[in-house]
Structures are given as C-alpha cells and as structure tokens.
Design a binder for this molecule. Structure first.
Ligand code: NAP
Ligand code: MG
Length: 401
C-alpha cells in the first residue's frame, strides 16, 4: 500500500522523559508505516534547549507561525532540582509559556471519551472543552497587607499626568487589599481564539463572568466578547448552526452540571484554572485529555495535557516495565495531521487521522488498555499491557480497520 503523502510540513517539537519514549514509539509503530511524515523537527528536549540557550524553543514557535500547525511532546519545565539534574546553564522558562508568548492565543482542553470509562457526572454524554484565558487577573495581581486604620485608593495617572482615583476602602483596622488588571487586547485575542475554535470544531461557545457584581471589570469581558461576536463571527455561527451563549458564572456552573456536554466553555483565568481540574478529574484521567493552543490568527499547536510522566521514566531507565498511557499524545498527532489535511485539502491524511483515533479507542473498548485506565474502567476481563505492547495492540487494530 502506498504511504499517504504530505505537501506541507507540520512543526514537530520533541520533548522529555517518558513522553519522549512514547513519541518515538508512536512515530515508529503508528505513523511512519502509513504516512510519509513531513515534519520540520525541533528538539525541545531539555538538553538541547540548554545547548541552544533555549533558542530552539523560539525557533519552533516561529516555525509554527510559518506552517500554522504544530505538534508538541510534553517537556520539562525546569526547577531547582532539574537545574542540578541536567547541569543547566540557567533555569530556562517553561517552553509552553515561551511558545504562548510568541503565538498568543488560548489553550483548549478536551477529554477523550471512551466506552467503559464513564464520567462521574452521568449526564455528560459528550466532552466539555475548557478554554482558559491565560493572561492577567489574580495571576498578575499586586497585593498588600493593610497594617491598620487608613484609606486605600486606586490611582490612575495618564500619560499627560492627569489622574483619576477611586477609594477601595476606609480601613478601621488591619486587613488585606489586592489590585489586578487585564488588557483589552488580550481579552480580544482570547475572544477571537474562542470563536475560531468553536467554528473549527462546530461546537457552541459558552462564556460566563460575574458582570452583575463586577460592573466594569467583568463587564468589559462580556462587552468585548459580544462586540467581536456580532461584528466578526455571528454570520458563520448561524450558518454552522452553533450558538454563542453568555451567562453569569454561577448560572454556568449549574447548567454545566445538568448538561449533556458537547460545547466549549470559555473561562476567565482563575475560573479556568479551577474548572479545568474539576472537569479533567470528573471525566476520568489526565492521560485522556488533549490540549491545543489556538492563536487568534488561526495557528494550531497540539499536545497532551499531561507532563513528562517522570516517575514512569525513572522506572523505564532502571529497566522496569511501564504502563504509560499514550492516548493523549496519539491524539495530539492526529489533531495536527487532521488540521494539516484540512488546510492542504488532503482528505487521505484526514481519513488516516480519524482512523487512528478510532483504532485507539476501539482497542480500549475491546478491553485492552494501560494500567491507569484499568483502574477506572467498568469493563470486565481487562488486559493490561505495557507501554510498547499497548501501542502494538493499537497498530493491530488499525491494520484491521
Ligand atoms: P505528569 O507527567 O503529568 O504525571 C503525574 C502523574 O500522573 C504520573 O506520575 C502518573 O501517575 C500520572 N500520569 C500522567 N500522565 C500519564 C500517562 N500518560 N499515563 C499514565 N499515567 C500518567 O506530571 P509530573 O510527573 O508531576 O511532571 C513531570 C514533568 O512534566 C515536570 O518536569 C513538569 O515540568 C512537566 N510538565 C510538562 C507539561 C507540558 O509540557 N505540557 C505539563 C505538565 C507538566 P502515577 O505515577 O500514579 O502512575
Ligand atoms: Mg491549576
């Protein structure tokens, strides 16, 4: 059989530890035998980031602007222990942070659902995708302990020196105070990324804030979303039969619990932090969660939501068997290949991506899986395989489809 050809490369960002092992296995067993893989390769493994003074991360992000589609392996974000372990010149920044700073955009996280692993919330029939705004609010706040009685004010000084101020509180005794901000430009690109992704995946978009209480701050988020939606996206949404739905955050939480799923939930930074952990644990496992960075210009970078699975890697190094779940990493590849196929009008590539996803899910539904899933499935007579054998089992299913 002829291998599927790719006219344009995708940007391939290799990574660290156990996921680097998975990366190679997936390419060898599930991709290269079927596709003439056309990638521009960047090694974001920590050693190579260190050798290049992290230039390779920036180059990979810039290449993503050029080719529009990237797939990324999980990478180590160095801390003090890693600086020692890898003898690093510096405590290099988080690659995801660097890439996001260059591409701008929003990260969308969606659970991969499979029969036999039921979400805690029984009525969730379809995945719920979380879009978390990644700039500002409490994550860029300044704060102060107020030692005793006194007045706290917010003061804005314009470029021409003129001022506006507002009293935060007249304190009678000790307390605390916090000042936070956001930027219209960042909210606008968050909104565009959300609308773009909703159209891309043909799902309705929900957005919620607390604008009844926060009449200027949260209300600005609400207004910017509505203005951009009306001006740039409404027609397409109507054409695709999807909707943009705004409500209050507490109402949204109640509705999400009662919903059937199958929509995107855009969240402000803090709400997204909290709700994404709730959703991923309710849906089952971090190893069954995909993640894609969508820039407002429509660049896509696909990855798994989990890290490099360090504990498994150390076992692997000692020659012990591991049962690491490759599903999210496989779906990062299929997401990127399908997007490449769509952009290049290469239906064979899209069909292949869908088929590989089906083979992966079918393998699990037939009762063959990794240990993490075996622990949470309600299927009986499950076969637990090690990392390599599970990937081989997916290949067998793939070849039978
Ligand atoms: P992790 O890699 O997400 O793994 C934490 C634990 O979750 C694992 O020990 C394992 O539990 C379970 N797990 C995660 N993925 C799994 C999979 N595919 N299959 C089976 N079990 C899985 O987090 P970490 O070990 O705390 O972090 C390791 C490194 O990843 C850190 O250096 C961090 O900087 C980096 N990281 C990178 C990214 C990214 O690149 N996007 C994201 C997060 C973290 P058991 O040990 O109980 O089996
Ligand atoms: Mg968190």
């Amino acid at each position: 059989m002829d291998k599927i050809k790719m006219t344009t490369p995708i940007v391939e960002m290799d990574g660290d530890e156990m996921t680097r092992i998975l990366w190679q296995l997936i390419k060898d067993e599930l991709l290269c035998p079927f596709v003439e893989l056309n990638t521009e390769y960047y090694d974001l493994g920590l050693e190579h980031r260190n050798e290049t003074d992290d230039q390779v991360t920036k180059d990979a992000a810039l290449a993503t602007k050029k080719y529009k589609v990237a797939v990324k392996c999980a990478t180590i974000t160095p801390n003090a222990a890693r600086v020692e372990e890898y003898n690093l010149k510096e405590m290099w920044k988080s690659p995801n942070g660097t890439i996001r700073a260059i591409l701008d955009g929003t990260v969308f996280r969606a659970p991969i659902q499979v029969k036999g692993i039921t979400p805690c919330v029984r009525n969730w029939e379809k995945p719920i995708t979380i879009a978390r705004h990644a700039y500002g609010d409490v994550y860029k706040a300044v704060e102060m302990k107020v030692p005793g009685a006194g007045k706290v004010e917010l003061v804005y000084t314009a470029a021409d020196g003129s001022q506006q101020s507002v009293t935060v509180h007249e304190f009678d005794g000790p307390g605390v105070v916090q000042g936070m901000h956001n930027i219209n430009e960042s909210i606008e690109s968050f909104a565009r990324s959300c609308f773009t992704y909703a159209l891309d995946t043909r799902q309705s978009l929900w957005f919620a804030t607390k604008d009844t209480i926060s009449k200027k701050y949260d209300h600005t988020f609400k207004d910017i979303f509505q203005e951009i939606f009306d001006a740039e996206y409404k027609e397409k949404f109507d054409e695709y039969g999807i909707e943009y739905f705004y409500t209050l955050i507490d109402d949204a939480v109640a509705r999400v619990m009662k919903s059937k799923g199958g929509f995107i939930w855009a969240c402000k930074n803090y709400d997204g932090d909290v709700m994404s952990d709730m959703l991923s644990s309710a849906f089952g496992s971090l190893a069954m969660m995909t993640s894609v960075l969508v820039s407002p210009e429509g660049f896509f970078e696909y990855e798994a939501a989990h890290g490099t699975v360090q504990r498994h890697y150390y076992k692997h190094l000692k020659g012990e068997e591991t049962s690491t779940n490759p599903v999210a990493t496989i779906f990062a590849w299929t997401g990127a290949l399908r997007k490449r196929g769509e952009m290049d009008q290469n239906p064979d590539l899209m069909v292949f991506a869908n088929k590989l996803e089906r083979a992966t899910l079918q393998t699990i539904e037939n009762g063959t899986m990794t240990k993490d899933l075996a622990l949470i499935t309600e299927l009986k007579d499950v076969t637990v395989l090690n990392t390599q054998d599970f990937i081989k089992a997916i290949r067998t299913t793939l070849e039978s489809l």
